[in-house]
Design a protein around this ligand. Structure first.
Ligand code: ADP
Length: 459
């Protein structure tokens, strides 16, 4: 399966899982809400029955008594009112007063709070009334104060239901001088919090499963991309390798055909120089093959350091001198600033020299024209540092992140400059095996500085 296809499928699966969890959680929320309503609704109803049996009251006696008083006071006003506007005023007055007495009545809620507390249920609630109709009545007259149409009453009730308030009771009361029709609701302040608290475990499990799936998804994508990059790098490596092997082989082939020429066989100097050339190319081939074999050894972690006390100043000086000689025709200017006096450092001389040389060769390969390389070394706080600064084009951030990766070759240089992308990988491996680190400091256009940092024991 192509990586794009598997990433898309994995993403669909992940979003599917998130969707399923969402539906499960919202279903669970509805379920818990119903559970809450049933439990609290039943408890409140039982509380009302309990109040009726124990106190012989529905908790609203005082309310109805006050309503009767208000009605008596207003009866004569209604009887004499012959003007619509006066009747309207009276009606508004009644509605206002009746609502006032309803909302000021605390007895029922105080009783219910005590009742709920006995069962360890939440007691933080507000109560509310929805009045559908009010009339003031006399022996032979009925004054309709307020009456709501069926569908309007239904709509208002639905709105209250939507807020999550619990419908406790419908009161259709006939007093001596009034009639009233209303619903009594109770709204628990912490209802949502109580329901969500009940769902904590489900929440945690849902989040965990999404999190785990998300992490697996990301890790899979990362591995896939890494794999892809590695396989691209390997292809590059093989191409480079073929290129590197071809150059000495072509030289050997040309040299040996020249040797076969009968005219040349008389010329001793030509023979010597051609056989030197063949030997040189052969050495280069052997070195190349050794480096490739080395990678296999590192992969199996079989490399072991043969450490011994080495005069570090001497090692660096020798390498720099040899480096100057090897590259004499490239007019390289190597400036040294070595603040090391007779210091012995415990290292594998052979491997360390190769690591240092890889950094020096890169400074020349990727350096400026004419190349100038500054080598500084010293010991600060029991730490040896060797820094190599070049005057090349520098390395951008993206490249800096990958530069020590096996087979990695920078885009800018790979076309013209030969290499296998192994030099810096080797440097870091060897220096880390010595317990040190390699630091890179570079800005595009400002050259690059590679520093080997190695903790040492000083006497
Ligand atoms: P190679 O030189 O065979 O490509 P290296 O591992 O030595 O492999 O280097 C990896 C890459 O790092 C190089 O291809 C090059 O792009 C970049 N690089 C290394 N040293 C320098 C330097 N001194 N200046 C600029 N780029 C460098």
């Amino acid at each position: 399966m192509k990586p794009g296809v598997s990433i898309t499928l994995a993403a669909i699966a992940l979003f599917g899982l998130i969707g399923i969890q969402y539906f499960l959680i919202s279903d669970l929320y509805d379920l818990k809400k119903n559970e809450f309503d049933t439990m609290y609704g039943t408890s409140i109803k039982n509380g009302l029955i309990d109040m009726q049996t124990r106190l012989q009251t529905n908790g609203l006696d005082t309310v109805f008594y006050l309503m009767d008083l208000q009605a008596i006071e207003l009866l004569s006003d209604y009887a004499f009112a012959d003007d619509d506007s006066i009747i309207q005023q009276l009606n508004s007055y009644v509605i206002e007063k009746y609502q006032e007495v309803l909302y000021n009545e605390e007895k029922i809620s105080i009783y219910l709070k005590n009742y709920l507390e006995e069962f360890n249920l939440d007691t933080d609630f507000r109560s509310g009334f929805l009045v559908y109709g009010v009339s003031i009545v006399d022996q032979d007259s009925v004054y309709l104060v307020y009456s709501e149409e069926e569908d309007q009453a239904f709509e208002r009730r639905a709105m209250v239901d939507e807020t999550g308030a619990i419908h406790v009771n419908r009161f259709q009361v006939e007093g001596n001088y009034f009639r009233i029709d209303f619903d009594y609701f109770i709204d628990f302040t912490h209802k949502t919090r109580i329901i969500l608290r009940d769902m904590t475990i489900a929440f945690i499990l849902a989040l965990l499963s999404i999190l785990v799936a998300g992490v697996v998804f990301l890790v899979t994508i990362r591995n896939m991309l890494k794999h892809k990059k590695l396989s691209e790098m390997k292809t590059d490596f093989i191409n480079n390798l073929a290129h590197e092997l071809k150059t000495p082989l072509t030289t050997v082939s040309v040299a040996s055909s020249t040797l076969a020429d009968s005219k040349i066989q008389m010329d001793k100097d030509r023979i010597t120089s051609l056989s030197d050339l063949i030997r040189q190319q052969n050495k280069q081939l052997t070195q190349l093959i050794d480096r490739i074999l080395d990678i296999n050894i590192w992969e199996k972690d079989q490399i072991t350091l043969k450490k011994q006390d080495v005069m570090i100043l001497e090692l660096i000086k020798n390498r720099l001198n040899a480096f100057r000689l090897e590259n004499i025709n490239k007019k390289v200017n190597v400036i040294e600033d070595l603040k090391l006096v007779d210091k012995m450092v415990n290292i594998d001389e052979f491997q360390f020299t190769i690591a240092l040389n890889n950094i020096l060769s890169n400074a020349l390969k990727y350096g400026g024209d004419p190349p100038e390389i500054k080598v500084e070394a010293g010991i600060i706080n029991e730490t040896l540092y060797i820094s190599v600064v070049d005057n090349g084009p520098g390395i951008d951030r993206e490249e800096q992140r990958n530069i020590f990766t096996k087979f990695y070759r920078g885009n800018r240089n790979r076309k013209n400059i030969k290499g296998l992308g192994l030099g810096l990988f080797y440097v870091r491996k060897i220096i880390e095996m010595h317990g040190g680190t390699v630091e890179l400091n570079s800005k595009p256009g400002k050259g690059s500085e590679f520093t080997i940092i190695l903790p040492i024991e000083t006497d």
